[in-house]
Design a protein around this ligand. Structure first.
Ligand code: GDP
Length: 198
């Protein structure tokens, strides 16, 4: 699946900028600084593909990546929950993200990234509510699992699984990842490959 390069296509600031609905789309969403850029880079094996930065809230566009070998498009959503972002900006992102997530027929799945040190927060739950309401398939991914102690990780995993179990619709299980150590990346690639098949 990731044998041929995944290339950056464009950054979209509005729905009108989006490419036509001609590919299977997988979106990545999460709070700012959750490790989304790092995960996309690690997944695709390309270090500079998605911008990694310590400045939360910098990526304000829907960044589009496409596989050169498969009918696949990856959509990097703007991070949410950045407290210092100006209000009008927050509104604009929220609207763009909302419209994309709820109105895109080619969107096959959203990977919702959660920091393994914190577990799901209120704004993650809001996104889950929105996705459940729109009947969009999503799967939770814990990031940076190399950071917490084994004991703390176990607690966050249990808490996150309990959150999934309480959702109104059934959802695929939790994936544990570390972009730093490469943990869970093969599992994620396999899941994405399966989504392309059906
Ligand atoms: P984004 O804002 O969600 O795109 O987050 P980034 O990918 O830019 O990552 C935010 C910070 O977390 C950066 O300093 C990364 O180096 C760090 N980070 C990301 N993934 C991992 C990981 O798997 N392990 C560790 N230890 N740090 C990570």
């Amino acid at each position: 699946l990731f044998a041929r390069p995944i290339v950056f296509v464009k950054g979209c600031v509005s729905l009108a900028d989006l490419p036509p609905m001609d590919r299977v789309e997988i979106a990545f969403a999460g709070r700012s600084n959750v490790g989304k850029s790092s995960l996309i880079n690690a997944l695709c094996g390309t270090s500079g593909l998605a911008r990694t930065s310590n400045t939360p809230g910098r990526t304000q566009e829907l960044n589009i990546f496409e596989s050169q070998s498969e009918n696949l498009r990856l959509v990097d959503m703007p991070g949410y929950g950045y407290a210092r972002a100006p209000e009008p900006k927050v509104k604009a992102w929220t609207q763009l993200v909302h419209r994309y997530l709820t109105g895109r027929a080619t969107l096959r799945r959203v990977y919702l990234l959660i920091d393994s040190r914190h577990g799901p927060k209120d704004n993650d739950l809001s996104v889950m509510n929105e996705l459940d309401r729109a009947a969009v398939s999503y799967q939770l991914v814990l990031t940076k699992i190399d950071k917490p102690s084994a004991r703390d990780l176990e607690a966050v995993v249990s808490r996150t699984m309990a959150v999934i179990a309480k959702r109104p619709a059934a959802h695929p299980g939790l994936i544990l990842t570390s972009s730093e150590k490469g943990t869970g990346l093969d599992q994620l690639r396999t899941e994405i490959a399966l989504l392309l098949e059906d």
